[in-house]
Design a binder for this molecule. Sequence first.
Ligand code: 5GP
Ligand code: ZN
Length: 140
Amino acid sequence: MNLRDCIFCRIVAGEAPAHLVHDEELVLSFMDIAPVGDGHLLIVPKAHSENVLDTEPAALAAVMAASRRLAHALKRALGCDGIGVHQLNGAAAGQTVFHYHMHLIPRNHGDPIAFHGRKAGDPERIAENARKIAAALERA
Ligand code: 5GP
Ligand code: ZN
């Protein structure tokens, strides 16, 4: 695959827009463009890999550590009841973007369980959530 065709590689390279929340050595965190709910975050290794099967263990560890830090930040920022932390491997499993990524989805009691949003979210609301989560990360 030509990495220029990978939307998450283009976001990592700063060539495509995204609402960034955190930038660290191996990993970038940004808001999902079609959130299942308020605060839906994606965490990606900066180096391209397709899914969990071909991702270097160091990158997997960095994604998991970032997931924990950002899950705490989501709780602080949004006060949600729970957080889905999950990822999909292969089209048959529902994966739609073939650059490994972890989803963090804030949930509240009674919310329907869904893995994908139905439509693009409101950019202003997404930007506001990105600011709130980044600020909560700073307060850690
Ligand atoms: P998957 O189905 O591969 O587990 O999840 C892909 C996720 O990426 C979906 O939740 C989808 O909304 C999100 N997504 C797809 N294209 C873009 C994009 O260009 N920017 C951002 N921020 N998220 C995207
Ligand atoms: Zn990629």
